[in-house]
Design a protein around this ligand. Sequence first.
Ligand code: NQM
Length: 368
Amino acid sequence: MTAPAGVRCTLMRGGTSKGAYFLASDLPAERAARDDLLLRIMGSPDPRQIDGIGGAHPLTSKVAVVAPATDPAADVDYLFLQVGVDSPEVSHGQNCGNLLAGVGPFALARGLVAAGPRETAVRIRMVNTGDLATATFPTPGGHADPTGDAEISGVPGTAAPVVIAFPPGRGPLLPTGRVRDTVTGLDVTCVDNGMPTVLVPAAALDVTGDEDPQELEANTELAERLRELRIAAGELMGLGDVSAATVPKLTLLAPPRRGGAVTTRTFIPVRCHTAIGVLGAASVAAGLRIEGGVAAPLARRPADGDRLRIEHPTGYTDIESSLTTGPDGLPRARRTAVLRTARTLFDGTVFPRPAASPLPTPSSGGPR
Ligand code: NQM
């Protein structure tokens, strides 16, 4: 038997997600070959991902592909790929702000960027959307305060902080051009501050909005209403037929329960997030600030420019969000910044399931 070919890989926790990080040069350049390899590495399609390194949940079945930047405004390019758990799909149709937290430390460790004396700042182009972000983190072994580790909700313990800032002037925040739309009989606000998201008051869906994710996932009537809402809203947001896509996300909103700005439960789009995505939180935060939107009446909003605390099932995400008005009179993001942590879990060689193995039959189609 010949030894299987391995691929250099770093497994990292980025924020509240976990993923496999690769240099683009270590993966096939051709997309079909790359996607096939990633499915075999992650162990998909299989609800347990037992023969791969995926964690059997969309939040732990993620891939970051990092390369030297092609754009002078950035240091590195980051392509995010969502690998289906029980479906043989690899999607580049969305960004991931949680894996984004690991991109700077990975780029430094793999020699794509130079270290700063105390802190290292890495300018990242998110290839999925063309958006830019800057990640700043203490240089390992540098002169940053060693007591400066940070804690984020949804992750036990502390780790090195990564501050992610998004520049102003990205696209319009309101993909439908309106602050409110009525979709499948529900009053919603469709917003995109890095993640296309449909904001809907939980009460309109006959739930309180602070249920456990498992309880919400078990509610089949809710699942059907959300599926219909998402497909109709996706069309309205200019995303076309989203029945097999992972965007838009759906965020159920309720008044804050623990001193924050708002309570959220986010469907990504079928499973209910155990926390909230970074760009998902950025979109919710922007939505809270939009006058006339569905979020404003049920949120407790601090003054513009202040930090917003988005409550979610395992705690909260603090996010700085301020808006301005574009030449079209519609709101645009002025500043968005968030604190995450990231940690390398292993660095080595991953051995994919051999290409010749018959693929298990997927247990279901569509996004999870
Ligand atoms: O919104 C999950 C996550 C995400 C995406 C998802 C994310 C973001 O928590 O920026 O990070 O919404 O599918 O990793």
